[in-house]
Ligand binder design. Sequence first.
Ligand code: SF4
Length: 326
Amino acid sequence: MQYDLEDLRALLRRDPEPVVFFYGGEPLLNPAYIMKVMDSVKAKRFGIQTNGLLAKRLPPEYWRRFDVVLLSIDGVEEVTDRYRGRGVYRAVLRTLRWLKEEVGCRCEVVARMAVGRASDIYRDVSHLLSLGFDKVHWQLNAVWTDEWDPREFLEWGRSRYLPGIARLRDWFLAEAARGRLLGIVPFLGIYRAMLLRPYDWIPCGAGRRAFAVNTDGRILACPIAVSERWATVGDVKRGVVKADFKLDDRCSRCEYRHICGGRCLYTHYEKYWGEEGFDAVCEITKATIRILEEGKGVLEDLLARGVVRQEDLDYEPILDSTEVIP
Ligand code: SF4
């Protein structure tokens, strides 16, 4: 790290309830730094996003202090290994079991998926939940990818992905009727906004409620925007000095803004996929929201009858470092 840990401590002291996440790259390449931070700052909540391959580099007593652990895995073995390399699926599952059975980590373990052409959203989400992950979150492999172009992505989205979302929704509602809320993060986050608390900004909080401290001490609005000038909002010594981000016009006027929140700050400033790409992702987002909207009445009724508790549906993505909208 190129900054002084004392500066980080002082920065976090300005926040009455700091939520501290470690991520990279791969944060477990530097376990000594993780331990140093955990030993010297006070946090309301600790979390980590990791590929899970180097878990044993961090001693169990530190793992037990995490509230949430996000492990990268894409679904069934064939899909995960196709995108992440042979043997990755099994290695991540060994980490999941190690954390739950040997370490005795009381944290929630979230499967963090990237969803692409080889994915089957219903099969992969239900599979991961059946393995013992507490929650599943995913992001679509769009914008930063050579896997397909916006037109191919849209074709796949309409013909394969959205029907799977409808099937997942039916399962989610059937389980909710039995009083069990499945840990499907995009559904929890969207229904929360639809029924309880709308978003007034991008759900992950980028640039307003969530910031990343880069290894060089710069504070970034978004952890992936490490080299984009617009994303630097301050530094670890001075804190956040300038953060006046705005959503694209389309989002400001959008009927789903209170649910989608504008989806992703980065894609408002860097349009790698151009306007066509923005529209393609947006069409899939709106269609996803509409599919969930069809089940809104059922969930409202379950809430009114106390079958589902309001506090269980009141999902807060900033506490889990998730983005809600895939
Ligand atoms: S659905 Fe599309 S236009 Fe609407 S807020 Fe989300 S990204 Fe913006």
